[in-house]
Design a protein around this ligand. Sequence first.
Ligand code: GLC
Length: 662
Amino acid sequence: MADEPRALRPASAVRARATSALQRLQPALAEHARASLGARDAAALLARVQRRFIDVYQALDEVYGATGDLDGLMADLLRLVADAAATRDDDLRVLDHRREIAPDWHLREEQVGYVCYADRFAGSLAEVADQLDYLSGLGVTYLHLMPLLRPRPSPNDGGYAVVDYRAVDPRLGDMTDLEQLAAALRGRGISLCIDLVVNHTAREHAWARRAAAGDPVYRDYYHVFGDRSLPDRYSATLPEVFPDTAPGSFTEVPGLGWVWTTFHDYQWDLNYANPRVFREMLDVMLFLANRGVEVLRLDAVPFLWKREGTACLNEPEVHSLLQAFRGLVGCAAPAVVFKAEAIVGPDELVRYLGVHDRHRPECELAYHNQLMVMGWSSAASRDVGLMTQALSRMRPPPPTTTWVTYVRCHDDIGWAVADEDAAARGLDAFTHRRFLNDFYSGSFAASFAHGALFQANPVTGDARVSGTAASLCGIEQALELDDRALLGQAVRRLLLLYGLAFSYGGIPLIYMGDEIAQVNDAAYTDDPEHTQDNRWLHRPAMDWAAAERRHDPASVAGMVFEGLRQLGAVRRGLPALRAGGDTRPLWTDDPAVFAYARIHPREGTFLGLANFGDFATSCDAGILGAAGLRRPWDALAPDGRFGLHEGRIHLPGLGMLWLTDD
Ligand code: GLC
């Protein structure tokens, strides 16, 4: 744990050292690879290593350069990579080959994601495989299964406390089931994404047990302190993730000392200052890649590096670690992409996609939590000023990367409203967050939402919100009041938010149950293991009875399912929604109408208009020219027509236009 970020050495000097290191290491690697891979695949591996070597070397130099033997570390890691390449199935090597020819697969307009817990969706992994027709019917091309590696017994934070990264949760099946599911998905053109909890292990993980038993090698896998003095110093600047249920960031372990536990006391943070930890996690990544996983969701990555006097979030070394992982996994399994779970402010967020002084390949995907938060903010206030301001300020992702765009996920919604964005709109960020908490927890009188406060902190006044998309959009309230008009409005609101996610640029994710408008699961408190954590409100079991109604246009499930299916179908026909271009918000003359243009170097122009107000409105048609559209038509309308009269574009309440002149 160095006190200061390591001063970056001049890039040219590092490059020169990397080049000579590659020359030294290459002959042995080539020989090893030829023996295990055969001439053709060995040549491919070497070409990948050559292409990525400098990135990896530079990144590891920034983190471990001071520890001495970087050549030795590189040689060891490259051998691990070569061994993983040698044990990769033929099927996966074919996939690698295809992905190297078409590296933009994750950027394409066909991509639609679906996120679910295997058990809550279907039961076991084998039973998930039985539901692939359902997913294909929704247009899904990417399936994120929530944590499925073997967790500690409950409580385990919904599976985010892993005891064995090489085993599947026995409730769901085993590794063979996972491989078979991955292969079945691959056969349908669906990529499997799983969670990899890189920041911490369960305290029952073999490494932690050895540490607790006094083994100094494994003690160094974690951040362990003999007394409270350093933990107290760190704590002075650390935010608390679960102030309600797991206050503090350190846990006293008898016989060991104080262990860093950012999340719960049973989740021990790994010590990435120790290169052995890096090597172990690389080995795990390669193992999972070889099981057929195509997207690794790297959980809680901003927390990977600790530095006194900071919030221990987004430190420069976090990015170096990700870049090194990126390069090394890419050598053995180029089909695999990384998704960063970095729920951080907008300036920090784009860095996880590799936006630095220059582009440094890091993660290909990251959650666009600003878009998600701003969508909910606009839905509550019926005013898109803050959203336009905040999204305008974000730097575009590098063209080989993109967002995952989403409306809800398994976590609470944290109101990431930057002070400067709020100030630019004449708002106070704290007051606005409080308004959003009141609104979505239902305590604001005119609210349509049914939700709950999560981790309300009486000291800071902060809180976050739990609830399903349908409940937060007003569907639950409308059903309770048995009010058809309100229900129609709430359904349109849900489809508006999803319409934004499907068209802003990135892979849209459908969170299980949203497609059939599942409301909050109030019965979550019946389960003693969940009752303390109201995120289970929005983690219901799949309502297959409602799903049966999905083709009935008179049912709520039918309206939403068909709406989402159509969004995907229209999106597939719009190359302008392929990632690689830039999305720019534009100001309109109506406070409720959000406009965003996608200017794509090759694929044409797109202008999205979304009316967050409940009533019909219009905006100045000058925006068409500003977006570069000459003969626009609405891709969402069956006949392409939209309301354009007397210089104004007309939108229905909670309506949306996808304009293009392609
Ligand atoms: C991530 C997960 C969240 C979990 C935390 C700790 O943020 O999304 O559910 O509690 O990591 O693993």
